[in-house]
Write a protein that binds this ligand. Structure first.
Ligand code: NAD
Length: 494
């Protein structure tokens, strides 16, 4: 049996713990590896190694740091097929989607390779006579990242490349449900030249997360995961004086106006609602049909019925959910939808896939006539379940969306520039797609979820990540001209 290793001070080692969790193939329930609950001692060793390494790393030339990420991006490209295969085996998503997961992380690595263009300070000459002020963006020290199961390649790559490129050292805590592709990416980072102690990996669940939040030598924590855990991490890390950012749960709505390009819109909706079995924080889980678009329901259903569910390695349209518990939760929520009076138009429960009878499969599921008091609307289902709602006008749709506490992503489908512009102006959601269902920005921008989907001001990659992982030091300097002295100045003026 493969035992997932830790990385502490440049050494990949097996934990000395007695507590090991199973990693299972979601299509078969086969146990494919075991992951440790890293001990407190080992967590302390990892932080101590990162603290020591910081002293050298922060003074390592920025160009040297950048070149590691140039090598790293090449290594990830070379190993793309292997990475996608590992990811699919432990996470369940299709091979094509697993490649997308790795690729969206790779884009952040490419961005990190340009760090010297991003970590540029400011300089103003002659703020007073012969006085200049400049600011530099210096790394914070030891930073940490805690990641969810649904993007085990992309989300770790949102975090440690930017943190390390800016001169910090890092402690990564991958999801205990699928840490293997993350570890392979970490091995490649070491192969690319990340020095010992600069990147460390510890494993486990709540105990490890709490130890990270409390550790006095960790300066900042980046978290991506559910809203409940994110709030806990934000509060606990903040209480111990850390900088924290938490990207959390969602309920993403698509608004469909009757003038939208119908075929394109239907295809985009089906892909974004059911792709990755709905296990994306940017999945479109509510569609609001405005006016005459209300008649498109049967066509939405037909698109969903055309999707093929199978084991991820068969590379069809959607794979299984991550665990039996996730499947049970999704099926329970579907049952509450029926009880609470929504019209179940397509029921994905009870689906079996030939050859994978034990898999955590739920097929595409559609509810019509959903109202905002129902649990299927109020909770993030995180499964292939689409809720259909109606609105008389764009204004009514905007009001509905803005009343929802989440602010991760949304999309509008229309041919009207004026309608799209109004939507963009008035909607209180961080990431907006116009005729584009999953508007996750590339790293020249930042991931910008808002309201209930995010705590902390700055995003996890892009320009905002450079700010998150650095502190501004401002220097005001005067170089005396021998003739300049005009005696003692007891005021605040320069
Ligand atoms: P999760 O919150 O269960 O787990 C996230 C991390 O927290 C994991 O590393 C886990 O080990 C740890 N954790 C779990 N329970 C904990 C507890 N009680 N105390 C402390 N730590 C704990 O999330 P998940 O199920 O792995 O991921 C799915 C969630 O992540 C969804 O809600 C999804 O919307 C969200 N997500 C958000 C974004 C975003 O950018 N906003 C991106 C991806 C996923």
């Amino acid at each position: 049996m493969h035992h997932v290793q830790q990385l502490i001070n440049g050494q990949f080692t097996k934990s000395s713990t007695n507590e090991w969790l199973d990693i299972t193939d979601p299509a078969t329930q086969e146990v494919i590896a075991k992951v440790p609950q890293t001990t407190d001692d080992e967590i302390n060793q990892a932080v101590a190694a990162a603290k020591v390494a910081f002293q050298t790393w922060r003074k390592t030339p920025i160009t040297t740091r950048a070149r590691i990420f140039l090598r790293y991006q090449a290594l990830i490209r070379e190993h793309m097929d292997e990475l996608a295969e590992i990811l699919t085996a432990e996470q369940g998503k299709t091979i094509a989607d697993a490649r997308g997961d790795v690729f969206r992380g790779l884009e952040v690595v490419e961005h990190a390779a340009g760090i010297a263009n991003l970590q540029i300070g400011d300089y103003v000459e002659n703020v007073a006579s012969d006085v200049d002020t400049y600011s530099v963006w210096q790394p914070l020290g030891v930073c940490a990242g805690i990641t969810p199961f649904n993007f085990p390649a992309m989300i770790p790559l949102w975090m440690f490349p930017m943190a390390i490129a800016t001169g910090n050292t890092f402690i990564l805590k991958p999801s205990e449900q699928d840490p293997m592709v993350t570890m392979r990416l970490v091995e490649l980072a070491v192969e690319a030249g990340v020095p010992e102690g600069v990147l460390n990996v510890v494993h486990g669940g709540k105990a490890t997360v709490d130890a990270i939040c409390d550790h006095p030598d960790i300066e900042a924590v980046s978290f991506v995961g559910s809203t409940k855990v994110g709030k806990h991490v934000y509060e606990r890390a903040s209480q111990s004086g850390k900088r924290a950012q938490c990207m959390m749960g969602a309920k993403n709505h698509a608004v469909i106006l009757p003038d939208a390009n119908k075929e394109q819109t239907l295809n985009q909706l089906a892909g974004a609602a059911f792709g990755a079995a709905g296990q994306r924080c940017m999945a479109l889980s509510v569609v609001v049909l405005v006016g005459a678009a209300g008649e498109w329901v049967d066509e939405i259903k037909a698109k969903a019925e055309g999707l093929i569910v199978s084991a991820g390695k068969n590379d069809k349209d959607l794979g299984p959910l991550i665990s039996p518990a996730a499947k049970e939760r999704v099926e329970h929520l579907i049952a509450t939808g029926v009880e609470e009076g929504a019209s179940l138009m397509l029921d994905g429960r009870g689906l079996t896939v030939e050859g994978f009878e034990k898999g955590n499969f739920v097929g595409p599921t559609i509810f019509d006539n959903v109202t905002s008091d129902m649990q299927i609307y109020q909770q993030e289902i995180f499964g292939p379940v689409l809720c259909i709602m109606r609105a008389d006008s764009l204004d009514d749709a905007i009001e509905l969306l803005n009343a929802n506490p989440n602010g991760n992503g949304t999309a509008i489908f229309t041919q009207s520039g004026a309608a799209a512009h109004k939507f963009q102006q008035d909607i209180m959601v961080g990431q907006i797609g116009i005729n584009l269902p999953i508007p996750v920005p590339l790293p020249m921008f930042s991931f910008s979820g808002s309201r209930g989907s995010k705590l902390g001001a700055l995003g996890p990659y892009g320009k905002q990540a450079v700010q998150f992982y650095t502190q501004t030091k401002t220097v005001t300097a005067r170089w005396f001209d021998d003739e300049a002295s005009r005696g003692v100045n007891t005021t605040i003026s320069m």
